[in-house]
Design a protein around this ligand. Sequence first.
Ligand code: LLP
Length: 427
Amino acid sequence: TTPYEVSEEGELSIGGITANALAAEFQTPLYVYDVTKIRQSMRAFQQVFDEEQIDYVVSFASKAFATTAMYEIAAQEGIHLDVVSGGEIATALNANYPMAHVSFNGNNKSEAELIMALDNGLGTIIVDNLYELNMLSELAAERGIVQNILLRITPGIEAHTHEFIQTGQTDSKFGFDVDSGQAEEAYHIASGTASLHVLGVHAHIGSQIFDVTGFEAAAEKLVAIVHDWGFDPEVINTGGGFGIRYTDEDHPKPASEFVTAIIAKIREKTGAYGMPMPAIWIEPGRSIVGEAGTTLYTIGSRKDVPGIRSYLAVDGGMGDNIRPAMYQANYEAVLVDQLDAPTEQVVRVAGKYCESGDVLVWQQALPKTKPGDVLAVLSTGAYGYSMASNYNRNPIPAVVFVEDGEAKEVVARQTYSDILRLDRHYI
Ligand code: LLP
């Protein structure tokens, strides 16, 4: 089966509209999301928990795709939100998102961000370190608030993924270390602080993970840690990180398998210790939006380096998708109206940025192409738009949501005046 939708005419189609029609209406480069797929992935997580009949929260790790429209979908679907900055809090406010359903992660939240969180009634703050714990307890006390918190633990689990997106290993900037006693000290301080209520613990072991064993190990470890402290948590949050399909080489398990494994492990371990079953919280980002997003580009120049390779250049690149340059990430591209045509070339799809590492697809077999053709890079919905930049002063592309055959622009394309708006003359 193809990982994409095909129209009656045999063209790539998204939510019932052909990619060519979307490119013609909204121009390229263009981020397009199939909203039905977003809803389906959200509901798939909820369904497993519902079937297991346990208390749970599924929070969208909104760093993967932080926009007002996306937060509106999350609200509509009863999905909570995890934010990591004042900017994401501002986006939630702009979306009229119910702030009690927002959690706040991050290893260096500023005082201003913590105040913004408290003053807007964010449900949970995921405390990362002692500096933050002290600051938060005072800020909450000054406001007469009892703030719900989770303590972020570094469980010492090394997930098998790219080094830069591993986060659970001991040598990490995130969370309280366990072996040195930091985590337990934090628990004792927090549980003795009247302005804080410790709901439980949190760990995030990494991202784009295919193996359930890392999550099981983390779940098991979290239960053992709180049991050591004599703490029966109301909540255990095992973070996000569930892997998705980018290319044929990726064989992700359905979200349900990860969740089932996490639930089973927490049930087993809390049962063994005679602890009450806590609510389980998860924070998927990529697995909610990754495969729902497609980026459309227009093909421009081509360079053949005889005997080595051909570079096919498109009108976007590392400014709209930094992941290949940053993590050697792999993607798959298709020529939107030649899905079944025989392949005639193997190319590296490059962008238009002044950088050799500006690659979108390292190696892609394609039919014959010509300038002006629309090329789609698949599964770009996570950490594409959210990590976009104005490098080389290229405008950030528009974002379009498609659902049931209707397309709506939810982030406008940047203009040159948007880019220049904050520039000031010096001379
Ligand atoms: N929770 C926490 C605390 C996290 O740090 C992250 C991701 C997530 C949840 C969501 O992980 P996900 O389900 O999306 O894998 N920019 C990188 C990924 C960095 C992820 C950082 N934290 C990328 O493009 O692959």
